[in-house]
Write a protein of this length. Structure first.
Lengths: 251, 177
């Protein structure tokens, strides 16, 4: 039992946000070519970390610097396992995760590779992240980041923020990616797709006179192809749904 | 005999078959075959290639049928058949495998083309303390606030009941007497 994936599936900055949300306690292992890394997480906070190089397991970075080094990796396999024993380990990391993420951003050339699964364009709509509400962290935002953050509730798209602030679109996108990496803003979900479905959903119950197993019926074919068999389709009533709910509650 | 139908869908190894097995009155009918691809075999030994089928008897004359779709995309031609006439659907997500999020997003987009039936998202494997929280899964899948994203343990009947009840509440809101 573990959370597993690669940094292409889920970035380290996202993992740190999830640790804080939990809050999680456990050990995060990462493997990137001949490098191996470990991060200890206690009640959502990063408390210790190291990066070693195989085959002799020579330590090449420790504590805060180790986390920053990991944040510069574009891909690595990771496994996070819950482990309450971590709560008893000494704290050797001085800064919180958001500070370390921002520090790694300053050392990066390409911020997009840090969040590979987010496609941020001028038309991307943003919202303040509810995940960060109420938490305390010592992150220091730049004036530009503050300007953009303050615009998010009023201008949802990046294009609108760029126009409102007079900042170049590229600069706005870059700062938005920074704010996403530390979990302060997120991409707003699109409303449910307005495209026309193949069929409008019809609330129907099927009545059959056939007592054979009905397995084939429902699995099968388009209703029109079944018409004329020992069945008919009737509009569904609220009382029918209420009966189903009562039965499910009683299971 | 009156029949209602709900579809349980989701990416590969998300827990669809287990969800149906946990709540069904009958031993579910499954069409599982040995997994052939090496990378998929690392996750589980058998997979559903056509459908899973379970039932919940509501009364002597009314049954709820549960259909699980095959998870692998190469069987997506089944999805439209299975969703025909369904009251709604449950999208299962493995909360411990972010690698499956992209596939889940594609699946949800495909279902929204097939049907506008109501649906809920079940964030499965929440009994693992390392699991991603539903709030993060909502964010990653881009699910709007009006669609419930529920914690789920597919092996736990109470948890499966809560997911089904959430879906039934959405369905009830659309039905008028």
């Amino acid at each position: 039992m573990a959370l597993e994936g690669t940094l292409k599936d889920m970035s380290l900055s996202d993992l740190f946000q999830v640790f804080r949300m939990g809050p999680k306690t456990g050990v995060l292992f990462l493997a990137c070519t001949d490098l191996r890394a470990i991060v200890y997480v206690a009640a959502g906070e990063l408390i210790d970390a190291a990066v070693v190089c195989l085959p002799d397991r020579r330590v090449i970075a420790a504590h805060d610097e180790a986390v920053i080094q990991m944040l510069l990796w574009d891909d690595a396999a990771f496994v996070f396992r819950h482990n309450p024993a971590v709560l008893h380990r000494p704290v050797r990391i001085r800064h919180d995760a958001e500070h370390l993420v921002l520090e790694s951003i300053r050392r990066r050339d390409d911020l997009r590779s840090m969040l590979p699964y987010h496609h941020v364009t001028l038309d991307t709509c943003l919202q303040l992240s509810p995940l960060s509400a109420g938490r305390e962290c010592s992150v220091s935002l730049s004036v530009i980041q503050w300007r953009i953050l303050s615009q998010v509730p009023h201008h949802s798209s990046i294009r609108a923020i760029s126009q409102a602030t007079g900042m170049p679109p590229d600069q706005v996108i870059h700062s938005v990616l920074e704010l996403m990496a530390i979990g302060l803003v997120e991409i707003a979900p699109a409303p449910r797709l307005a495209q026309q479905p193949l069929r409008r959903h019809e609330m129907m119950v099927t009545e059959t006179t056939d007592h054979a197993p009905h397995f084939a019926w429902a699995a099968s074919v388009h209703p029109d192809e079944r018409a004329g068999a020992h069945e008919r389709r009737l509009p569904i009533s609220r009382s029918l749904i209420d009966a189903v709910m009562r039965r499910v509650r009683g299971l | 005999m009156q029949i209602l139908k709900i579809v349980v869908t989701g990416a590969y190894a998300a827990g669809k078959s287990q969800f149906i097995r946990t709540i069904s009155d009958i031993e579910p009918v499954s069409t599982d075959y040995a997994v052939t691809l090496e990378e998929e075999r690392a996750l589980k030994r058998e997979t559903t290639v056509a459908l899973d089928f379970g039932t919940i008897a509501i009364t002597d004359r009314l049954s709820l049928y549960l259909f699980g779709t095959p998870g692998q995309e190469r069987f997506d031609f089944m999805w439209e058949h299975l969703s025909t006439g369904a009251l709604g659907y449950v999208v299962m997500v493995d909360s411990c495998r972010p690698a499956h999020f992209a596939e889940t997003q594609q699946l949800m987009a495909r279902f929204s083309e097939i049907t506008d039936a109501p649906f809920v998202v079940a964030a499965n494997k929440q009994d693992d303390q390392a699991a991603l929280p539903p709030a993060y899964i909502r964010r990653r899948l881009g699910i709007p606030a009006e669609t419930p994203v529920l914690p789920c343990i597919a092996t736990d009947r109470e948890s499966v009941k809560q997911v089904l009840l959430a879906l039934l509440r959405l369905i009830a809101a659309r039905v008028q007497d």
